[in-house]
Each structure stands twice: as C-alpha cells, then as structure tokens.
Design a protein around this ligand. Sequence first.
Ligand code: CTP
Length: 468
Amino acid sequence: MKEFLQDKIFQLISEAADEQQQECYVIGGFVRDIFLKRPSKDIDVVVVGSGIELAQRVAEKLGKRANLSIFKNFGTAQVKLKDLEVEFVGARKESYQRESRNPIVEDGTLEDDQNRRDFTINALALCLNKDRFGELVDPFGGVEDLKNFVIRTPLNPDITFSDDPLRMMRGIRFSAQLGFFLETNTFEAIARNKERIEIISKERIADELNKIMMSRKPSVGFILLEKTGLLELIFPEVLALKGAETKDGVGHKDNFYHTLAVLDGLCEHTDNLWLRWSALLHDIGKPRTKRYDPRLGWTFHNHNFVGEKMIPEIFRRMKLPTNEKMKYVQKMVTLHMRPIVLSEEEVTDSAIRRLLFDAGDDIDDLMKLCEADITSKNPDKVKRFKSNFQLVRKKLKEIEEKDRVRNFQPPISGQEIMDTFNLPACSTVGEIKMRIKDAILDGIIPNEYEAAKTYMLEIASEFNLTIS
Ligand code: CTP
C-alpha cells in the first residue's frame, strides 16, 4: 500500500521513527478513507513508545516549516504542516470505569491499541518503518467489512460501547455517512447499552447528530436511532412524531416517516445544515396539536406556531446554538405552510407580497423546504402542487422585481410620524406605521416615500390627528 503514502511527510516520519528505533503506524480514519477514496488531511500516527518524542524528532527535521504542539497531560503531540495535521500518540491499552469516559491508560502494543478502537474499519494500520513501509495490519477483517459495507466493533460490542458510549452514535453516524449497515451484534449491543448515552456530553451528541444531518440520506441515521432506542433518550420530540392513528376508519400519515422523507428530499437540494434542521422540525408541533373531529377528521391546527415555540427549549437542551441560526429555524417552521396554502388558492399579488415580506432573504430556502414537503404518493396531486409552485415562484420573482418588498424598510419612519403630527412616542405611531405597511403589501400604494406620505396624511383623520 506504499502508493497511498506518497506524501513526503510519511517518508520523514519513517526516517525519524527508524532513527529513534520506534515502531510506528498510520491508523484510523486516514487509512479507512484511503479505501473509501475520500481524501483526508487528518493523519493519526500511533507509536509503540512515546508519541511526543517522535513528534519532536519529526518537527526538528521539518524545521521552521512545521508547527509543533505538545499535550503532555494526554501524552499526545501534533505537527502541523500547511494543511496537514499529524497527531502522534503512544500505543495504549485502556480500561474504563463505568461512570466515566476517562480511561485508565497504560502503554501497550499495536494490538492493544487496535483492540481499543471503535470499529474494525477504523482499526486499520499501515506501518511506516522502512523495512515494512506500507504494510497493512488488519487483525479484525476491517478491509473485508469495508468491501461489504459493514460497521462492526473489533471486540465484543458490549465492551466497546460500554467503554465509550459515544461510539453508539458514531456507529449510526458512519452508517448514514457511508451508507453502511450495522452488523447485527453491533446493532443489538447499541439497543442493550443505549442508557449509557447519558454519560456523554450534549455537545458531543449534537456533533454526531449534525454529522448525520449532513449525510446524503439522514433518514438512515434517524431510523437506526429509533430502532435502537437511542432516539427516545436523545430526541423524544422526534420520536413522538411516529405512529399513525385511525378513528372511524380515518387515518393520518405517520409524521416520523413523512418528516424523514421531507428531510431526505430537501438534502438533494441543499447543504445548509440549518435548513436541514428546519425540515427535521417542520412538523414537530403536530403531536401536541393533534385532534380528531368526526366532521373534519384529523387536524393539527397551528402546529407550525406550536412547533416554533418548542424550538428554543429543544435547542437549549441539546446544546445547539441559540442564536440567529435557531431564529432562522423557527422562522422556517412558522412559515412552512404559507407557500403550500398559496399554491392551493388563487395566487394574489397581496399574498405574495406578504410572504416576501415575512420570509425576506430566506424566501428561496423556504420554497425549497415547502417543495420537499410534498411527499404525496398520488402523482396527480404532486403534479398539481408542483405546477402551482412554479406559478408561486414566477409571481415571487415578478413582484419582487416590481415592488422590492423582500427587504422591506418602511418608507416613513416613526420619527417622521411623530414630527408630522406632533405626537409623543405612543401606540398610535405604531398603528399608523402598520397601516402604511399593510397598504404597501396589499398593493394599495407603491413602496415609495411620496405615496406613503400622502397615504399617511389621508388616514390621519381616522386617528383624529392634524398636521402640526
Ligand atoms: N476512535 C475510537 N472511539 C471514539 C473516537 C475515535 O475508537 N469514540 C478512534 C477510531 O479509530 C478513529 C480514530 O480514533 O478512526 C480517530 O477518531 P476521529 O478523528 O474522531 O474520527 P475519524 O474516524 O477520523 O472520523 P471523522 O473524522 O469522520 O470523525
């Protein structure tokens, strides 16, 4: 496998290791990604002996070009060279305590080190010493598993997952990312050990969830999370979407699978993580708003508003950012039904203006979400929706070009209203502003200063105001 170690850095590490008489290997994700043909700039090197000493030697050889950082407490060191990051660590034998992810670490052999890794595909090692340069060490059949698209732990999975429960999330994430299958024993061990996820920090769980969200087909990850029982523990709100009830012979769709179909569909059109989160959460308010009415069947009134209100609590608990990214997701969830409703009704200019005003620069994202939300199995229905959507898109473009309401700024400021009518800051000022805004959005007046001013003077009498 020498051909995959062409980069000069490997030659240099090889020389340094031989000079120090240390056995050393490239290991983990970098080797896995060679087989998967995924370029990687993060190189992990495991040394039988001191990783720090080898890193120091390598850094000496590289001179000023390299940047060395030593983490004494962890016994690791990093050498940075342009965009390459090489992590050096001594081979370890680890045993874990039940209540903590922090292992008791002892020096070990390569075999010990490979034993303590998460999956067979991540335990592959390539020797760097000159006489064995490029030799593959694959004690658990990792290459075979790569060929068969299998995620499997090297040891008894109960031990691997109990040692570090984050690996349960990692296994599911690799399945989603790489399109691999969880081997049966590995899958069953996740189900058995799921409660151990509780010792993992929310941040690390969120990292893995985000990686699942960014995979080509996130549904693979969410279905595994559900089937192993992890979803109930980390994201009960999404699990609550599952199930389809029937009353008087009337059923409703299973909102869990519907949500996943929307998410997968949307992922074909965007890499925007937060738009993907919006798809996952677009119907999150449905379980709380579900009602059965014998005349109307199943209803989910205001589920978009209820969903919007649930989001801050979810983001806080899951340690997701509670900043403008969360606000964006809230906005998408609140507005997610507006284009659909529009496309079902006659598309009026005023409704289009209001949608543009409410969505602002996020209108294109909102349209993508709404189109993905059409998951009906009825081809005629889908066709009708899609063609109406085209009409909505066309109108959005026309109206935006004509009226520029996408980034609407009221042409008359509150200050000008106060000066014109000699008013203090009060609710009347807000009401007048609102009337002007509505008049513009309803197409009564154009989005221009002069027209807005004339309109303001016209409606003054309704508020018993005179010009000062
Ligand atoms: N590893 C492990 N258990 C963990 C995390 C990591 O055994 N909980 C091991 C695996 O051998 C892994 C290597 O450490 O390949 C490097 O971990 P990391 O850089 O986090 O992951 P990668 O496998 O490189 O994959 P990715 O960068 O996609 O996370």
